[in-house]
Design a binder for this molecule. Structure first.
Ligand SMILES: CC(C)(COP(=O)(O)OP(=O)(O)OC[C@H]1O[C@@H](n2cnc3c(N)ncnc32)[C@H](O)[C@@H]1OP(=O)(O)O)[C@@H](O)C(=O)NCCC(=O)NCCS
Length: 166
């Protein structure tokens, strides 16, 4: 049985592994509503901006390197939403179903609490049953389905919002 991966704040050397995971998800699924791969420079700017805001970018590391990442950012830009964040989590394709995603999301909760956040939101593609189940097990509840708000692979996509009190 493999050891549980260590969860830590991402450092610059982790970003190449994070880019690889993210680009695989972008290329092969509707989990991210984008078709364009990201570059290392782009993720460096994103990581610097997130951490400058005091928001976490967490990675899980196993013997092969970065095997997943999680993060949260502002839900919407207006000040009245300042106690609400929206998170993201992705696990390397060969590491899924081993509890890594669970560890990565659970590690976000105390970070959000420490920042005084009140609600965490997940925006999940409606066809991503595995991710919806995964989030429900972590205490998120479905709160709405927006129909045909996304478009990828030549079809319309519905987005499900789930929320969890911090
Ligand atoms: C969704 C995701 C983050 C979950 O992380 P994980 O480490 O695989 O999940 P865990 O092992 O902690 O939890 C297991 C659950 O994950 C889900 N899961 C998703 N993909 C899976 C896979 N390939 N194999 C096994 N379980 C998977 C299942 O719901 C599983 O629960 P089940 O036993 O009831 O089927 C991860 O599978 C992933 O990155 N998927 C592709 C990208 C994605 O969908 N990201 C989320 C966008 S909202």
């Amino acid at each position: 049985m493999a050891e549980s991966p260590a969860i830590a704040d991402a450092t610059e050397p982790d970003l190449a592994g994070l880019v690889e995971i993210y680009n695989e998800v972008i290329a092969t699924s509707t989990a991210v509503y984008s078709s364009d791969p990201v570059s290392l420079g782009d993720r460096r700017d994103w990581w610097q901006a997130r951490t400058a805001q005091g928001y976490p970018v967490l990675v899980a590391r196993d013997a092969r390197g970065v095997c997943g990442f999680s993060t949260f950012g502002d839900f919407r830009a207006w000040p009245g939403y300042r106690f609400t964040v929206e998170h993201t989590v992705h696990v390397r394709a060969d590491g899924r179903g081993r509890g890594v995603g669970t560890l990565l999301v659970q590690a976000l909760f105390p970070r959000a609490a420490r920042l005084g956040k009140h609600v965490m939101i997940a925006g999940v593609d409606a066809a991503n049953d595995a991710s919806i189940r995964f989030h429900e097990r972590l205490g998120f509840e479905q709160r709405g389905r927006l129909r045909e708000v996304g478009f990828k692979f030549n079809r319309w996509l519905d987005l499900v919002f789930l929320q969890r009190r911090i």
